[in-house]
Write a new protein. Structure first.
Length: 275
């Protein structure tokens, strides 16, 4: 259980278990999410290594008391090691990673390594992530860090009209495993999923065509719906094996409603949400 992912000071070697007898190093099996893990037994804090405490169940558990005990992330919080929020223009994978509260993710938007930002009011409070509030045409604003030259931007970005824009030049600048850099657009393209056109999904990366009509965003698409994009003029491009529709989307092929999953009906040779 590493420091970055789990908050355990300097990491913690363990193994899966069901009972104490499964812990080869003489450890104690404790319940954790997904099963059990072997940890060191103790009678007092003196039995635990630096950064750990002897918990009420007589096992050594994270109990850091200073940032020095968190060499990987640098911050101790409530006994665990936690990375500080990323500043505006910094890397991220989710909104919670950002001090200003919004992550332009690599997975959804293609920004190399993700890009922290946030919503703001030009005449309101300063951006929590340390950036400037850049006004928008609707009277609102977004948090960002202005640049003068591309050297002011992170790797994978270039300075355009005073702001850093995605401009990856190699796959190494993409954070998601298997993602590739589309040099032409400057965006990172995530690896395709296994979902064929018409299969259920919750995210674009679940689908062969890298596009998911998620139920959370589009309630009529029950269970989510994988599609790929095609050229209606030629019918080509359905990497997910579907049929190309006039709107340029690929849908699960069908001859009748019986060929479609629950909640869908056959229309013009493709499965669509039931009316």
């Amino acid at each position: 259980m590493d420091e970055v992912g789990y908050g355990f000071p300097s990491g913690h070697c363990t193994g899966g278990c069901e009972t104490d007898s499964d812990c080869a190093g003489g450890g104690t099996c404790v319940p954790v999410i997904g099963g059990g893990a072997c940890v060191a037994p103790c009678e007092s804090a003196a039995d635990c290594r630096d950064g750990y405490k002897c918990d009420t169940d007589n096992t050594c558990w994270p109990g850091c008391t200073s940032d020095a005990q968190c060499p990987a992330v640098g911050t101790c919080s409530a006994g665990y090691c936690e990375a500080p929020p990323s500043p505006d223009a910094g890397p991220c994978a989710a909104d919670d990673d950002c001090a200003s509260g919004f992550c332009i993710t690599e997975a959804e938007y293609g920004f190399p390594g993700g890009y922290c930002s946030g919503y703001c009011e030009p005449d309101g409070e300063a951006c929590a992530g340390g950036g400037a509030c850049i006004p928008t045409e609707d009277g609102g604003g977004f948090c960002d860090v202005p640049c003068a030259i591309s050297a002011d931007c992170r790797a994978g970005y270039t300075c355009q009209e005073g702001l850093c824009e995605a401009a990856c030049t190699s796959d190494a600048q993409c954070a998601i495993a298997g993602a590739t850099c589309d040099v032409g657009s400057g965006f990172c393209i995530p690896p395709a999923g296994e979902g064929a056109d018409g299969e259920t999904c919750t995210a674009d990366t679940d689908c062969m065509g890298l596009y998911c009509l998620s139920e959370a965003e589009y309630p009529q698409w029950v269970g989510g719906y994988c599609i790929s994009l095609c050229d209606p003029a030629t019918g080509e491009g359905c990497v997910g094996g579907g049929v190309c529709a006039d709107n340029g989307g690929c849908y699960a092929a069908c001859a009748s409603d019986a060929d479609c999953r629950d909640g869908y009906e056959c229309w013009k040779g493709g499965c669509w949400p039931q009316e």
